[in-house]
Design a protein around this ligand. Structure first.
Ligand SMILES: Cc1cc2nc3c(=O)[nH]c(=O)nc-3n(C[C@H](O)[C@H](O)[C@H](O)COP(=O)(O)OP(=O)(O)OC[C@H]3O[C@@H](n4cnc5c(N)ncnc54)[C@H](O)[C@@H]3O)c2cc1C
Length: 459
């Protein structure tokens, strides 16, 4: 990028200190956790932006986008950079728009809706919400670091999803505002169903600047580790608790041995050879859960009242995609898939995968409610990586036997499995970013010539 662009961006902000050009800094703020995937590592290593711009206001974002639109400069939005698929990695240089400093919580409304800017960290929002009697409905296990805007742009669900579904379900995202990438960037409000035009679009069709997020009444939680001799008995028990609405729960995670042997900091709670379940359960139900688990043949290596995100240990730090992180620290050959087992045939699906791939695939189950209200066995199984061909064989086999796979080894919105088949994200991009300058290369069905054919904006 020519030096005069950098000077111009500094002038627009009236503050050079928020236009970062130091190569190490630009490189760090161009990366995310794509290296979880050996496939993406090969594709994305070395991809960097040319400058990082840190806006403080919506007006500044409009100024930056107006300038970049005029000069045909790519812009990639960034929250905290904890995404797993290289979502925030710029493929075509340009500006990394770092939104971390737009971190104001406007308020927690009496009806349980948080209104905030995109750079607010989810952990900060959860702590603030609890002060007025509310919990986040669902959050990624990266809650401490990840931003609200990044969760909407690239995340899907996590802790809490067993009770409240994913981020896209049950009207959890009530509304959001985006700034468009046009000659004269507009601020557009998306409410109700229209939020789906922007959710999980990886920042390719607008920069989210304001969010209305529905919360749920706060619960006093307890953490509990339950250990069974076999994965089958652990799965049976976890499924019973997850699917029975009498239990108030926030997390039901099941690991087959030896996954929990990777959890080095909590090894005192990990009995050798056992399959474990990690629960976040209403504290008033903890005694009942322990009794039910013991009756089913389990032991309870650990249980305690939950002290919020400062809890030691914080069990959620070992669940969702943190599980893969612990495995990778033990052996960098581990990678993962994102799957959905069929609740009716799940045991048969386990059997088929085991007989075909042995311990090349290890079962890590995350129960979650789907959009129709049914609690189903989601999964982030560990896969021992040897070659891309073998990885694809495993993915294909999963699909052949009816296991849904959202492939985390691709770097585009469409390939990841969470693209809307009604193309609303693409249509929004055609309206809001006809030149294709927002995070270019990540929405591969977008063609600037199609966008040019779009008529007057409808929103
Ligand atoms: C250890 C680990 C565990 C994880 N566990 C989970 C999990 O449980 N559930 C889950 O869903 N994910 C999980 N993730 C992925 C990731 O942490 C979450 O999706 C997180 O919410 C991303 O937030 P972020 O602020 O880091 O976003 P970033 O990585 O910075 O951005 C994500 C995407 O959103 C876009 N974006 C960012 N801000 C905006 C904005 N304001 N407007 C428009 N687009 C924007 C970016 O361009 C990018 O495409 C995990 C990742 C790791 C490394």
């Amino acid at each position: 990028m020519d030096a005069h662009h950098i000077t111009a961006l500094g002038k627009l902000l009236g503050d050079d200190s928020r236009v970062l050009t130091k190569p190490q800094v630009v490189e760090r703020l161009s990366r995310d956790f794509y290296w979880y995937s050996p496939v993406l590592r090969r594709q994305l290593d070395g991809k960097v932006g040319e400058v990082v711009v840190q806006p403080l206001t919506v007006g500044e974002i409009q100024d930056v986008l107006r300038y970049c639109h005029r000069c045909d400069i790519a812009v990639t939005a960034r929250g905290a950079g904890t995404g797993n698929y290289g979502q925030a990695v710029p493929l075509h240089g340009g500006v990394v728009l770092d939104l971390a400093r737009m971190d104001r919580i406007e308020g927690i409304r009496l009806d349980g809706v948080a209104v905030c800017e995109p750079g607010v960290r989810l952990g900060v929002l959860e702590n603030e919400a609890r002060k007025s009697g509310w919990d986040l409905r669902c959050y990624p296990s990266t809650i401490v670091k990840a931003s609200v805007g990044g969760f909407l742009g690239g995340g899907s669900g996590g802790v809490g999803s067993v009770a409240h579904g994913g981020l896209r379900d049950f009207n959890t995202v009530r509304a959001l505002e985006v700034v468009t990438m046009e000659r004269e960037p507009r601020v557009v409000l998306h409410e109700g169903e229209a939020v789906h035009e922007i959710l999980h679009a990886w920042g390719t069709n607008g920069v989210i600047t304001r969010i209305w997020l529905a919360l749920t009444p706060a619960v006093e939680w307890a953490q509990c580790v339950v250990a069974f001799d076999t994965f089958d008995s652990a799965f049976d028990f976890s499924e019973r608790v997850a699917t029975d609405s009498a239990w108030t729960k926030r997390l039901v995670t099941t690991f087959e041995w030896p996954i929990s042997s990777f959890f080095v900091p909590i090894k005192q709670y990990v009995p050798d050879g056992k399959s474990l379940i990690f629960f976040l359960i209403a504290s008033e139900q903890l005694g009942g859960l322990e009794t039910a688990a013991r009756t089913a043949g389990a032991t309870i290596p650990y249980s305690c009242l939950y002290q919020g995100l400062r809890s030691v240990p914080l069990l959620s730090d070992y669940t969702w995609n943190h599980t893969t992180l612990w495995a990778l620290r033990t052996d960098p050959a581990w990678t993962y898939l994102q799957c959905g087992f069929n609740p009716v045939t799940v045991r048969d699906q386990f059997r088929q995968l085991r007989s075909r791939f042995g311990k090349e695939i290890l079962f890590h189950i995350e129960f979650m409610k789907n959009g129709t209200g049914q609690v189903v066995p989601g999964s982030i199984p560990l896969v021992y990586y040897t070659t891309e061909e073998r990885l694809n064989q495993i993915i294909n086999c999963c699909r052949e036997i009816g296991v849904f796979v959202a492939n985390p080894h691709v770097n585009n919105v469409e390939g990841g499995g969470r693209y809307r088949t009604d193309n609303v994200q693409l249509r929004a991009k055609q309206r809001y970013d006809a030149k294709g300058l927002l995070n270019p290369g990540k929405m591969i069905t977008f063609k600037p010539e199609d966008a040019a054919m779009e008529t007057v904006p409808t929103r």
